[in-house]
Design a protein around this ligand. Sequence first.
Ligand SMILES: Cc1cc2nc3c(=O)[nH]c(=O)nc-3n(C[C@H](O)[C@H](O)[C@H](O)COP(=O)(O)O)c2cc1C
Length: 301
Amino acid sequence: MNRLAVDFLGNHLKNPVVMASGTYGFGTEYARFYDPAELGGFSTKGLTLEPRPGNSGIRLWETPSGLLNSIGLENPGIDDFVGRIWPEIKDLDTLILANVGGKDEESYLEAVRRLNDIDIPIIELNISCPNVKAGGMAYGMEPDKAGEITEKVKNVSRHPVMVKLSPNAGDLVGVAKACEQAGADALSLINTLQGMAIDWRTKKIVFDNTYAGFSGPAVKPVALRMVHQVCGAVDIPVMGLGGITTWQDALEFMLAGASCIQIGTAGFADPYAPLAVIDGLERYCEDEDVMLADLIGKAVK
Ligand SMILES: Cc1cc2nc3c(=O)[nH]c(=O)nc-3n(C[C@H](O)[C@H](O)[C@H](O)COP(=O)(O)O)c2cc1C
């Protein structure tokens, strides 16, 4: 009996552990550690219409319990994904999400149109990247703008669309509801919190882009609160993430209402972290004699 199986938008996941966008490449990079088919799924690096070299300067900066990144959506572009990468990964026995970013409305829409040529199960619409100068997080900050881009993307996409939300939005629940009303099939949250670093030795701001995205264990309580709030406000499924490192973290996000979870930064510290999460959840469900899916949203006061 598989106690970890979950359903997400009609897809059967063997377990709820999905690797987060930007932390798992296109799946094949991690194949030398373990078979990606052991995962519930993974989300690709953020794809944009044109290839992007990413940001100049320092891109990663460790802090106590967290990581700052300023990658700037480095990626080979949507055509290379559709024509070269997708044929290589499409038969992996795991759920693959295409994470899509954009600098303006048309670049989002055209990237999404080109994904209509392949059978990608879910598009993860990134309206929450804090590391690009144009577009990115700007679409995820206000309910109106988030709803507008969601509706337009839904109109051109033949695939289900999961909108990835920014913890930097002032009215996160408003943004979540606007996306649901605009037709989003699901939501994922959180993307990174905006942070910065200054090197006291040199007195210099560390990142060329000044601000960067903060992730890892330090953000977990904030992410958990946000996932709980959003799950209480919408009727569409939610993938929860932000600082998940252990199986207990994963369980907490599911108790808060997430249908499945994503792991990002923890996989940098230990590539096997997702497998340990899966093992831990399996043992817990066995010991408690429960099906994991039955625990979704079951946190009580
Ligand atoms: C190095 C790095 C690159 C990332 N790139 C993307 C990206 O391309 N698209 C995206 O939606 N999120 C991106 N993220 C955000 C993660 O997917 C995730 O939302 C965030 O890191 C919080 O989860 P975590 O604390 O488990 O890492 C990136 C995060 C990191 C650390």
